[in-house]
Design a protein around this ligand. Structure first.
Ligand code: UDX
Ligand code: UDX
Length: 469
């Protein structure tokens, strides 16, 4: 099928590349000429597993790039809208990009088409899109508006798209639903998974993909409710971690204990410094705002957001109580991305913490495996950027672990110890076993677990740490 995808951000680019891999002819539209030039030149603008392979495979063949929205719409049977929906100052979603794209689409409808919301949008957006297209001259009956939310996580976006837990098809017309089914047919009937060059199946993926057909409004709500529920799970465990800290319990044991209950499940129960990213913070505010507009005061979501903010503040207090005064202290920061496996720093709790520490007069040496170029654009020379974790740690008063990168979990602890001025690790992601840290001589603070403080040095000893080999 010929498909247009409008917006080549995280969602649009991944969706476009994956649709091409399913065998469709895709035109990816964006109004940012520089982005298009980069894509045409073979650049991969985001750090995403398997995306370079897919772009390489389909660029210029099944996947083309264009700034001409109307031509793309005329050429396509389905138009997916994946432009940004940033928060306004009041917290609701700014739908002006969606509206302007809908207006442009209206003038190009030349036969039955489906317009599919792929961006996360509040309930009722599809109704508005339908009205805007009608007001701008398209004939009723010449199009349908559907909602097909995307649940991909950054870092595993391609695999999430091709091996989804579910495909939600929200539509209010049979004709539209059957076109949507046709688009996803290779995932639904499983033929995609038999292709020799299919992107490899991740552990635990169930194939073929399950379809959940709903009304358009339900699909819009499924997306907001999913993200709100996941954020709630994270805030819940962060609140439990706080209780653990006050009573001397171990939150990891609690996670194991509650996560083993199949009704709860172990995923998204990792305590830390709070959730960030381009989705959860914005979507929670937007869901809160749309519920209010519809007459429901969703105060549970306020609490989820409050706990999330508090979690970062608690971490800062932990740093202060470990180091006493902060002005002039040199801190090694491991991780700037909002989570491991991505170069995205949008709403990253790590970035917000670095900002707060700079304001307190700390000197920061930071290392992140992927996000440093983006972080450099924010911090410039205010932060020293190191080429690896050990270099960041050299001569530091403490190490702060702010992003859950796998490579941090497997650091050589003896080497790390030897780099530091004081062997203090404040771990915002619970990457290490407290016993192991203690055995390596670290003073170790983590989230929801008792701190490890090695015994005071013998009287008369002047050294803060002994070098090991
Ligand atoms: C997306 C969704 O839009 C958002 O709702 C969801 O919650 C997360 O994913 P993302 O793909 O990260 O956001 O957005 P962004 O990286 O901002 O990309 C949007 C793209 O649309 C940009 O490349 C921008 O240039 C393009 N755009 C924007 C247009 O082509 N036309 C416009 O009118 C506006
Ligand atoms: C999220 C949703 O998971 C995805 O379905 C949706 O399409 C977009 O939003 P993403 O923003 O890529 O995906 O990241 P995710 O893996 O959900 O993590 C979000 C934040 O929560 C990160 O800051 C992460 O560090 C944090 N997190 C996640 C925790 O603190 N604990 C956890 O157990 C899981």
């Amino acid at each position: 099928m010929r498909i247009a995808v409008v917006g080549s951000g995280y969602v649009g680019l991944v969706a476009g590349a994956c649709f091409a891999d399913l065998g469709h002819d895709v035109i990816l539209v964006d109004n940012d000429e520089r982005k298009l030039a980069a894509l045409n030149a073979g650049e991969v603008p985001i750090h995403e597993n398997f995306l370079p392979e897919l772009l390489q495979r389909h660029r210029g063949r099944k996947l083309t790039f264009s700034s001409d929205l109307q031509a793309a719409v005329r050429a396509s049977a389905a138009v997916f809208v994946a432009v940004g929906t940033p928060p306004t100052e009041q917290g609701d979603a700014d739908l002006s990009y969606v509206e302007s794209v809908a207006r442009d689409i209206a003038g190009a409808i030349n036969g039955y088409k489906i317009i599919v919301e792929k961006s996360t949008v509040p309930v009722y957006t599809s109704e508005w899109v339908r009205k805007v297209i009608l007001r701008n001259g398209a004939a009723a009956g010449s199009y349908d508006v559907a909602s097909n939310p995307e649940f991909l996580r950054e870092g595993t976006a391609v695999v999430d798209f091709l091996y989804p837990d579910r495909i939600v098809l929200g539509s209010d017309s049979e004709r539209c639903t059957s076109l949507l089914r046709e688009i996803y047919a290779p995932l639904i009937d499983g033929t995609y998974y038999q292709k020799p060059d299919a992107i490899p199946r991740p552990d635990g993926a169930s194939i073929p993909a399950q379809v959940i057909a709903t009304s358009t409004k339900s699909a819009e709500l499924i997306k907001h409710a999913s993200n709100a529920f996941l954020a709630m799970k994270i805030s819940f465990i962060n609140a439990v971690a706080t209780v653990c800290e006050s009573v001397g319990a171990n939150v990891q044991q609690i996670c194991q204990g509650i996560g083993a209950d199949k009704r709860i499940g172990p995923r998204f129960l990792n305590p830390g410094i709070g959730y960030g990213g381009s989705c959860f913070p914005k979507d929670l505010m937007a869901f809160r705002a749309v519920a209010k507009e519809c007459g429901y005061d969703f105060r549970l979501l306020d609490e989820v957001m409050r706990i999330n903010e508090e979690q970062r503040q608690r971490f800062l207090r932990k740093v202060r109580s470990a180091l006493w005064t902060l002005r002039g202290k040199r801190l090694a920061v491991l991780g700037l991305a909002f989570k491991g496996g991505t170069d995205d720093i949008r709403e990253s709790p790590a970035m917000l913490l670095v900002q707060a520490l700079l304001q307190e007069g700390c000197q920061i040496a930071a290392y992140d495996p992927a996000a440093m170029p983006r972080a450099q654009e924010v911090f410039h020379s205010q932060v020293d950027f190191a080429s690896n974790a050990y270099e960041a740690a050299r001569g530091a008063d403490a190490v702060l672990v702010l992003t859950e990168w796998e490579e941090f979990a497997t650091l050589d602890l003896t080497r790390l110890y030897n780099q530091l001025k004081y062997p203090i690790v404040i771990d915002g992601r619970n990457l290490y076993d407290p016993e192991v840290m203690g055995a390596h001589g670290f003073t170790y603070y983590s989230v929801g677990r008792a701190p490890v403080v090695p015994q005071a040095p013998e009287a008369g000893s002047q050294t803060a740490k002994v070098n090991r080999s």
